[in-house]
Ligand binder design. Structure first.
Ligand code: ACO
Length: 464
């Protein structure tokens, strides 16, 4: 199969959100702490009326219905999530309900887990299946979604909720390229060891350094593999050009921010993405300091000499490269931030929400023939840097998702509703024999919600 990629996309999100500016007042923190310090605008929320199964059911139903997809045409579904409500039974099995009437039970794939990275593992699985000898000619669906909630404290404003569903197959308008740069290691920055609580154990400062460290490694591996593909290493090896030109020495210079039209980053909150974009530029600078776009970097020798480990939390590096990357951030990354701004962190859905935002915010004629980089990150930790090309027309996806109009139709509710919703979720987490207490008025008309959990923990869903 040729040009394997995204044929269709849908984003599901709850009906309610809160304003982060209001949350600053509500929590009595300094003005700007969440809106400027974290770069947050709104955050979606839900109570015990929704869970990850209903989120996924809604995302996949939206995909199937809006694009009139024949349920029999699906041969694989992979789900990425870290909103675990069952240690054994996958979210994917609940999605099989949507294929029963069509008599399609021959659908491979289950759930993938590792913080916000499970969606990217799911995506790679689905692409690999389509490109493999086991492929049976049908399309795949990847679902990426979470309900991101934190205990009271500095992480709480970095929550959010939502789920993306993507239809994957050959001859797609959005085509994944083959090179992946990956970094995985054993870290305790973000994890969920307490199964009686939805809240993660999170070491905030360590998590932000882990994000940057993982970016450096994944991006470096991606650039080295790109260099190998371009055979640049060999050319450099044979170069007689004795060598004031540092650029040519580093194979990583084979790829930079300048090679993409858009650079998308996993978005735990807006500010981290600004830092990710700046870090990409810093990496480019270290590999090719003589490149013209770095002519105005103040005191370049100090930045070149900085030790890798120390550079990860060096505020001067961060500040300098955020300033240098202001224009490229506005051009290449901000158009992909709409979901993050309205919904907050969707964990596994966050990076794919960036892709959905890009498709929604950029005119299809302008998006066509562009190249996009993707940085996926999950605490614990797992990260990949990869790229895609927009080869075809994205008009249908933009129109069917209708993201901006649907965002405008969300209810911005008082912060107390957020606190009440969290209390309900906490009260009924792992509960048995119960009917959720949250109001069905807060469910979009026609959407699935959790109707009940019986004495054997079996969950039933209904439609509003
Ligand atoms: N006005 C403007 N800026 C402010 C204000 C204010 N009133 N108050 C604080 N700030 C700035 C700080 O200067 C700081 O800026 P900097 O990032 O440029 O240094 C920023 O806001 C953050 O403030 P801190 O005091 O450093 O940190 P805070 O206590 O707000 O916690 C953290 C931030 C650690 C990210 C927390 O929200 C958290 O733990 N989040 C969850 C984990 C997370 O999302 N990690 C990211 C990667 S992992 C993942 O995807 C889950």
């Amino acid at each position: 199969p040729k040009d394997v990629g995204v044929l269709a996309m849908e984003v599901y999100f709850p009906r309610r959100c809160i304003s982060e500016a209001e949350l600053e007042k509500f929590n009595g923190v300094s003005k700007g702490k969440y809106t400027i310090g974290l770069g947050q605008e709104y955050m979606a929320l839900t109570d015990d009326r929704e869970d990850i199964n209903s989120f996924a059911l809604n995302a996949v139903t939206g995909l199937l219905e809006k694009y009139s997809i024949d349920p029999k045409s699906i041969g694989r579904i992979d789900v990425g999530t870290e909103t675990i409500i069952d240690k054994s039974k996958s979210v994917k099995t609940h999605l099989m309900d949507l294929f029963t009437d069509a008599g399609n039970f021959d659908i491979e794939g289950v759930d993938s887990k590792t913080a916000c990275y499970g969606s990217t593992a799911a995506l790679f699985n689905a692409i690999n299946w389509i490109e493999s000898t086991s492929w049976d000619g049908r399309n795949a669906i990847v679902v990426a979604g979470d309900i991101a909630v934190y205990a009271e404290g500095s992480a709480r404003p970095a929550g959010g909720a939502g789920a993306c569903a993507m239809l994957l197959g050959p001859n797609a308008p959005i085509v994944f390229e083959p090179i992946h740069g990956t970094y995985m290691s054993n870290t305790y920055d973000f994890y969920k060891p307490n199964l009686s609580s939805e809240y993660p154990e999170v070491d905030g400062p360590v998590s932000v350094v882990t994000y940057i460290a993982a970016f450096d490694e994944a991006y470096s591996r991606f650039r080295e593999k790109t260099a190998r593909q371009l055979n640049l290493c060999q050319i450099n090896g044979h170069s007689n050009d004795l060598v004031d030109n540092v650029d040519k020495l580093d194979p990583k210079a084979a790829f930079s921010l300048q090679d993409v039209d858009y650079a998308l980053f996993h978005s735990p909150y807006g500010k981290q993405v600004i830092k990710g974009h700046a870090r990409m530029l810093f990496n480019d600078f270290r590999s090719a300091p003589n490149a013209p776009q770095f002519a105005d970097i103040p005191n370049p020798q100090a930045f070149l000499a900085a030790l890798q480990e120390e550079s990860l939390s060096d505020k001067n590096i961060e500040k300098t490269f955020i300033a240098v990357s202001k224009i490229s951030y506005a051009q290449k990354t901000d158009p992909a931030m709409a979901c993050s701004k309205r919904l907050g962190n969707m964990y596994t859905g966050s990076l794919y929400g960036c892709l959905a935002s890009l498709v929604s915010n950029v005119e299809p004629s302008q998006l066509r023939n562009t190249r996009v980089s993707m940085f996926a990150f999950g605490g614990g930790c797992a990260a990949s840097f990869f790229t895609l090309r927009v080869k075809g027309d994205t008009t249908e996806i933009k129109e069917k998702m209708n993201l901006m109009h649907r965002f405008a139709a969300m209810k911005v509710v008082p912060c107390q509703e957020f606190i009440d919703a969290l209390a309900l979720r906490m009260k009924n987490h792992n509960a048995v024999s119960y009917t959720p207490e949250g109001s069905i008025d807060n469910i979009w008309p026609g959407a699935f919600y959790l109707a009940s959990v019986d004495s054997k923990y079996r969950r039933k869903y209904a439609k509003a």
